[in-house]
Design a binder for this molecule. Sequence first.
Ligand SMILES: C[S@@+](CC[C@H](N)C(=O)[O-])C[C@H]1O[C@@H](n2cnc3c(N)ncnc32)[C@H](O)[C@@H]1O
Length: 311
Amino acid sequence: MREQLADVSPLLNGYAGSPILVIDDEVSYVSNIEDPRNHWLYYAFKGFGVLRDRGTPIHHFITIATGPGIDAIGAMEILSPERVTVTDLVPAAIERAKKNIARYQKTGKKIPVSFAIGNLCEPLGDDKADIIYANIPNIPIEPERKYKLMDGITAATFFDPETVDGVPDRLNQYLLALQYTFLLQAKKNLTQDGRVIVNLGARFPMELVGELFDKAGYDYDVLYFGFKKQTEPTDTIPGYARYEGDSVTFIYYPYKQAMQLLEGKDVQNIDDLMTIVKSLGISATEALQRSRQGEEMGHIVTLLEAKPRKR
Ligand SMILES: C[S@@+](CC[C@H](N)C(=O)[O-])C[C@H]1O[C@@H](n2cnc3c(N)ncnc32)[C@H](O)[C@@H]1O
């Protein structure tokens, strides 16, 4: 496999002082760097900027499901935690993350980094962090494709439904089962004031966000939000369309039209954003048909900060 390098510093939106080169290959999800606003990490790093502006020191930053490790590199650049732990289910992702972080640290911040392989917070043991960041998949993998889960890229979008249990019905129906499971697990790995930062593509009615955190026992705030193109549409949109039914509809927006409506608008909060694009909302089933005809689809992206309610 040929390893190319990509400069991911545009994702850091001014926080990176110099180029940050990482491996760019078919298992690395490094696409869209030339178009950073359509990359989920752009929103993550905007949110990290909000955390940094608060000035609260961060001792330990954990990223669950790091993929190529760019989230950890951004955390080091923006948040300067005393130490970092990165995890992923897929061993190849951790190998990639190790290489990328080692390359970054030749010139970047030399913060100690630990690596762990496994499902969600399971490999953390009792280790505790001030911030646990997670961008994890939402779509259950079909049984006949399960053998592909560890190939490095499939696990970016799909998860094994056998690893979740006891999820409230509506959260299951709206494909929030892995998010819910993560939230339950993360409680034991947070310090007294610790919080999770969840990067969530909001393709469901927004009240589901409240329901997700409420049922998992957290209070939440929106740290940052935006509107982005659906990347990997051939995997993701059919995944959501498959789970639509009488009582479940996901929400997509035709990307170009939505961007036209949003252009020049002063969008202060998610409600503003939703009001502006509301008339364009379509189901995942319709989005699938239209994207098969070549139309680009977009969705709302949220960076949510949450703190366990009871200690
Ligand atoms: C969309 S990528 C996110 C990569 C990175 N965190 C970022 O924000 O760019 C999702 C990652 O989740 C990992 N993953 C999927 N299921 C997981 C699980 N149950 N536990 C830990 N990692 C998982 C995948 O291997 C993949 O690297």
